[in-house]
Design a protein around this ligand. Structure first.
Ligand code: ATP
Ligand code: MG
Length: 672
C-alpha cells in the first residue's frame, strides 16, 4: 500500500481507532452487531502493515466460514493489503483452510508419508460404525444425528470415555444411549484409521498435534506467522482454540473480535468462554468495546437492547436516522399470520422495495411451509436460505408417495386426518412428540406441518377426502416450484446470522418454538434468547414481530407468545384475534386511537356487511378497526402492516379504508 497509513484510520470512530492503533500485543474487541467489527480488524491490519509494524506475510487472519473469509479477503484487497495486490499480502483463511495448507506443507515430514485423504462426508463410515456397534435402525436421519454427536465430542475435545457424563451435562440428545454412542465413536475411529482417511476434525487435531510434538515444525511455523487475528471469536471451539494456541506457542500477538450476544452455535461445540476470558488469559490486553451500531435505526437497536436487557454488558447505540417503530401482531392462526406477512411483502414490493431487501425469519425450517405457501399465493417470489423447499424435502416426497397410494384405497368411514396420521406412521412418525436428535426433529416437524395442512383442509371443508388432500398438496407443490433467483429471503434464525435486510419479519414467536421445546437448561434458554437478538439485529429499517394462537384455523388456541417479548410487546396488542375483538368494545380503544375515526369505520362496516349479507366481523373485526383507528394508515404499505389486513382484506376493502382514514368519502360508496 502506498497511501499514508493514517488515512486508513480516517473512516473509524474513536473506539474503532483505538483498536486499530493497538497494532501489537493482545487485543480483544467486544462488540455488538453492526458495530463495524470486521471493518475495525481489516483497518487495523491495513494500518499495522502500512506503518511497517507488521510485515504482511507474517499475519494470519482466521475466521469460521468460507463466506466470512472471502468477505475479509475482499475488504483487505480494497485496503491494498490483501493477496494479489502486489507483494506477499495478508492471508485470510478459515481454520480448516489454514490447517490444510500447513499439513500439506509439513505433513510428509511428520506423518512419514503423504497426507491422508480427507473425508468430506462422514455418513458412510458412521453407517459402518453404527452397524458394528449394534445400532439397529441406521436410516439417514439417525446417521446424521450420530455424526453430529461425533463432531460435537471431537470439537469439544471430549475423550470418548467421558462422553456420557459430558453429554448429559450439556443436555445433548444422542439418538442412541450414551454407552452405545461411545461404541459408535470407537468403531468410527477404527473404520477411519483402517481406511487411512482423516475427517475435518482430525485435520485440526493432527495439525495441532504436529506443531505441539515436532519442534522443527513449530519453529518454522512460528517464524513464518507472528501475528494473528480472529473474527467472530465467540464461535471458537476448544479444538480450534487448541490449534490457535499451537500457532501462538505462548506468544501473545493476537487480536480477537466477537460478540458474546451472538453465540448461537453452542450446540455444535462453539463457546464464548475464550472471548469472555481473554482479559484473564492475557493480562495487559487492550480491551475495546464497540457499541455504536451503524446498521440499524435507533428503533431497531432499542428493541435489540430490550430483548437482552441486563443480560448484556453491551448496550448498542444506534447511529442511523430514526425509522419506523417495530410492530407486534398476534394472529388467530398460523395461516392467517403467514397471509398477513405475505400481504405486507407484496405491498412493500409494489411500493418499490426490491424483494431481496425483505426477509422472513423463523426458528425451525418446518415453519417455512406456511410462508412458502402464503408467498406463492400472494405472487411473491422467494428464496430459501440454508434449507430445502418444503416439497423438495425427502420426507415430504416419501409422504406424498404414500398418501397418493393410500388415497386410492382409503376407507371413507375413517376421518381424513386420522388416515393421514395412520399413513405417516408408516414413516415412523407419531403425533406424540418429536424424537431426540436435530435431524430427527426436523424431519418430525416437516411431517407435522403436513398433518397441519390436512387439519386445515378438514377445518374449512369437513367432507374433504384423502384424494382432496393429495390434490391440494400437489397444487401447492406446483405453485411453489417456480425457481427464483431474486426474492424474499426465507431463512431460519441460524441461517440469517451475519446477514442484513432493510425489512425483516420475525414470525412464529411462540413458546415451544422460541425458546424451542427442547431448550431446558438456563444456558439453552439463554441461547434461544440470543437467537431472537440475532434476528432483530438483521433489520436495517423495519422490523415486524408476530405470533399466532393456534396452528390451524379454528384449532385449539393453546399457543402463547414467547416469554422473550414479555414487557416488550404491548400487552393485549392482539391483532386479528376474534375473541379479543369480541371482548374489546369501543370504550377500550388502544392508546392514540381516534374514537371518531373508529366510529366512522364502524358505520362503513355495517353498511358493507349488510350489502354482503354477512355478519359485521366477517368484513373486519373490532380489533382491526381499533388498530386502524390507532395507526391511521395513509398508504397501502402502512395499511397491510395493520394486523388483520391480509391480501384478501386489502383487495376487498383497502381503497375504502384508506379513503375513510384520509377523511375522503369511500370510493365504492357505503353500500358497494
Ligand atoms: P456483524 O456483527 O453482523 O458481523 P460487524 O460488527 O462485523 O457486524 P461490519 O460488517 O464491519 O459490522 O459493519 C456494519 C456496517 O456498518 C457496514 O456497512 C460498515 O461499513 C458500517 N460501518 C462500520 N463502522 C463504521 C463507521 N465508523 N462509520 C460508518 N459506517 C461504518
Ligand atoms: Mg462481521
Amino acid at each position: 500500500m502506498d497511501q499514508d497509513p493514517d488515512s486508513v484510520l480516517a473512516g473509524l470512530d474513536p473506539e474503532q481507532e483505538e483498536a486499530a492503533r493497538a497494532v501489537r500485543g493482545p487485543v480483544c474487541i467486544l462488540a455488538g452487531a453492526g458495530t463495524g467489527k470486521t471493518r475495525t480488524i481489516t483497518h487495523r491490519i491495513a494500518y499495522a502493515v502500512g506503518t511497517g509494524a507488521v510485515p504482511p506475510g507474517q499475519l494470519l487472519a482466521v475466521t469460521f466460514t468460507a463466506r466470512a473469509a472471502g468477505e475479509m479477503r475482499t475488504r483487505l484487497r480494497v485496503l491494498g493489503v490483501g493477496r494479489g495486490s502486489g507483494g506477499p499480502g495478508v492471508q485470510a483463511l478459515t481454520f480448516h483452510a489454514a490447517a490444510l495448507r500447513q499439513l500439506r506443507y509439513f505433513g510428509p515430514r511428520v506423518l512419514g508419508g503423504p497426507v491422508p485423504e480427507l473425508l468430506d462426508n462422514k455418513i458412510r463410515l458412521v453407517g459402518t460404525a453404527a452397524a458394528k456397534a449394534g445400532v439397529r435402525d441406521t436410516n439417514r436421519t439417525v446417521l446424521r444425528d450420530l455424526a453430529a454427536e461425533i463432531e460435537w465430542a471431537k470439537v469439544t475435545l471430549c475423550p470418548q470415555a467421558l462422553y456420557p457424563a459430558r453429554a448429559a451435562e450439556a443436555g445433548r440428545e444422542p439418538p442412541v444411549p450414551a454407552a452405545t454412542m461411545v461404541a459408535v465413536m470407537a468403531a468410527y475411529e477404527d473404520a477411519k484409521a483402517r481406511g487411512g482417511v482423516l475427517d475435518f476434525e482430525d485435520l485440526l487435531l493432527v495439525t495441532a498435534a504436529a506443531i505441539e510434538e515436532h519442534r522443527d515444525v513449530a519453529e518454522e511455523l512460528r517464524s513464518r506467522y507472528r501475528h494473528f487475528v480472529v473474527d467472530e471469536y465467540q464461535d471458537v471451539s476448544p479444538l480450534q482454540q487448541r490449534l490457535l494456541d499451537a500457532w501462538l506457542g505462548g506468544r501473545d500477538d493476537l487480536c480477537v473480535v466477537g460478540d458474546p450476544n451472538q453465540t448461537i452455535y453452542s450446540f455444535t461445540g462453539a463457546t464464548p468462554s475464550y472471548l469472555l476470558g481473554f482479559g484473564r488469559r492475557h493480562p495487559g490486553a487492550t480491551v475495546v468495546r464497540l457499541v455504536r451500531d451503524y446498521r440499524s435505526t435507533p428503533q431497531v437497536v432499542e428493541l435489540a437492547n430490550r430483548v437482552l436487557g441486563k443480560r448484556s454488558a453491551l448496550r448498542l447505540v444506534g447511529q442511523r436516522p430514526a425509522g419506523p417503530r417495530p410492530t407486534f401482531a398476534e394472529y388467530d392462526d398460523e395461516p392467517a399470520e403467514a397471509a398477513a406477512v405475505a400481504a405486507q411483502c407484496r405491498a412493500r414490493i409494489d411500493a418499490g422495495t426490491p424483494a431481496s431487501e425483505l426477509a422472513v425469519l423463523y426458528r425451525v425450517n418446518a415453519q417455512s411451509e406456511a410462508y412458502e405457501r402464503a408467498l406463492a399465493d400472494a405472487g411473491v417470489p422467494y428464496v430459501l436460505r440454508g434449507g430445502e423447499r418444503f416439497f423438495d424435502r425427502v420426507e415430504i416426497k416419501q409422504a406424498m408417495l404414500l398418501l397418493r397410494g393410500a388415497g386410492r384405497s382409503a376407507d371413507p368411514a375413517t376421518k381424513m386426518v386420522d388416515t393421514v396420521r395412520d399413513v405417516l406412521s408408516g414413516l415412523n412418525w407419531s403425533p406424540s412428540a418429536p424424537p431426540p436428535g436435530g435431524t430427527a426433529r426436523e424431519r418430525w416437524e416437516s411431517l407435522a406441518a403436513l398433518v397441519a395442512v390436512a387439519e386445515e383442509l378438514a377445518a374449512v371443508q369437513p367432507e374433504a377426502a384423502l384424494a382432496d388432500l393429495v390434490a391440494e398438496l400437489e397444487q401447492r407443490a406446483a405453485a411453489q416450484h417456480a425457481p427464483t433467483v431474486q426474492g424474499v429471503t426465507l431463512a431460519s434464525l441460524h441461517a440469517a446470522k451475519g446477514l442484513e435486510w432493510d425489512v425483516v419479519f420475525l414470525v412464529g414467536l411462540v413458546e415451544g418454538t422460541l425458546p424451542i421445546q427442547h431448550a431446558l437448561t438456563d444456558e439453552q434458554v439463554d441461547e434461544e434468547r440470543r437467537l431472537l437478538y440475532v434476528g432483530v439485529t438483521r433489520a436495517r429499517e423495519s422490523i415486524s414481530l408476530s405470533w399466532s394462537l393456534s396452528r390451524t384455523p379454528g384449532g385449539p388456541r393453546r399457543r402463547r407468545r414467547t416469554r422473550f417479548l414479555h414487557g416488550i410487546a404491548p400487552e393485549g396488542s392482539s391483532g386479528t384475534g376474534t375473541p379479543a375483538a369480541r371482548r374489546r368494545g369501543p370504550a377500550e380503544l388502544p392508546d392514540g386511537a381516534d374514537p371518531e375515526l373508529f366510529s366512522r369505520l364502524r358505520a362503513w362496516r355495517s353498511a358493507r356487511a349488510e350489502a354482503q349479507k354477512v355478519p359485521a366481523y366477517v368484513v373486519l373485526t373490532d380489533a382491526t378497526l381499533a388498530q386502524l383507528a390507532a395507526r391511521q394508515p395513509l398508504d397501502v404499505p402502512a395499511l397491510v402492516a395493520v394486523p388483520g389486513i391480509g391480501q384478501q382484506k386489502l383487495d376487498r376493502y383497502g381503497e375504502d379504508v384508506l379513503a375513510i382514514v384520509r377523511g375522503e368519502p369511500a370510493p365504492s360508496g357505503a353500500g358497494a
